[in-house]
Design a binder for this molecule. Structure first.
Ligand SMILES: CC(C)(COP(=O)(O)OP(=O)(O)OC[C@H]1O[C@@H](n2cnc3c(N)ncnc32)[C@H](O)[C@@H]1OP(=O)(O)O)[C@@H](O)C(=O)NCCC(=O)NCCS
Length: 173
């Protein structure tokens, strides 16, 4: 059974090793999510600790997907703190562990993150993803609109530079 839940910082801390494994699984599998492979466990841990500090400060929401009580995926919503961006949020780091893919988990996480955005009065959502990745089609399917492509945006593990597609979604106010 799949359960999607919003984690507080202490709850997320209890799942720190699973979150480290989740990020390393995606990065080492070639995903473009901020890091280059091979991802050192200490760097992954430091990443999550910085994220948990933002969750504790109320600037970021962290949602996790559990399959039979195992952490199988996560997504984040960065709540823009600028005075002119209080209606805006960025969806980041949609990750589903390779053991749990193609079961609709990413779609469920994206629906849940939109619900959280509405609940926090964040109606202008943005995100970006490497052009050509599976996630690009997923976002289009979920009603996101392409804003444009920036070529040579992110380094990849093969020594190249990949283009990134920026998307937005305007929720009902
Ligand atoms: C992209 C990712 C989150 C998808 O997770 P998932 O739980 O497998 O996705 P879902 O099962 O919800 O699939 C949603 C849709 O995405 C598309 N899709 C996802 N993975 C696919 C694949 N391997 N092949 C073809 N289509 C795929 C399909 O349209 C799919 O719908 P369908 O199964 O009805 O055909 C997952 O592959 C992942 O974590 N990748 C590495 C990290 C990453 O790139 N994240 C995106 C950052 S922007």
């Amino acid at each position: 059974m799949v359960r999607i839940t919003r984690l507080t910082a202490p709850q997320a801390h209890d799942h720190l090793e699973a979150l480290v494994d989740l990020l390393r699984d995606s990065v080492d599998g070639g995903a473009s999510v901020g890091y280059l492979p091979p991802l050192d466990p200490a760097a992954a841990r430091a990443y999550w600790e910085s994220i948990l500090a933002e969750v504790a400060a109320g600037a970021r929401l962290l949602l996790a997907a559990f399959q039979d009580n195992q952490l199988a995926g996560s997504v984040q919503l960065e709540l823009v703190q600028k005075p002119n961006g209080r209606h805006r949020a960025e969806v980041a780091k949609l990750l589903v562990h390779s053991r749990f893919r193609r079961r609709g988990m990413a779609q469920a996480l994206m629906r849940a993150v939109e619900d959280q955005a509405r609940a926090h009065a964040r109606t202008t959502l943005v995100l970006d993803t490497r052009q050509g990745d599976w996630a690009e089609g997923l976002y289009r399917k979920l009603g996101w609109t392409e804003a444009g492509v920036i070529p040579r945006f992110a380094l990849n593990g093969d020594g190249g530079v990949d283009p990134t597609v920026f998307f937005y979604k305007l929720l009902e106010g």
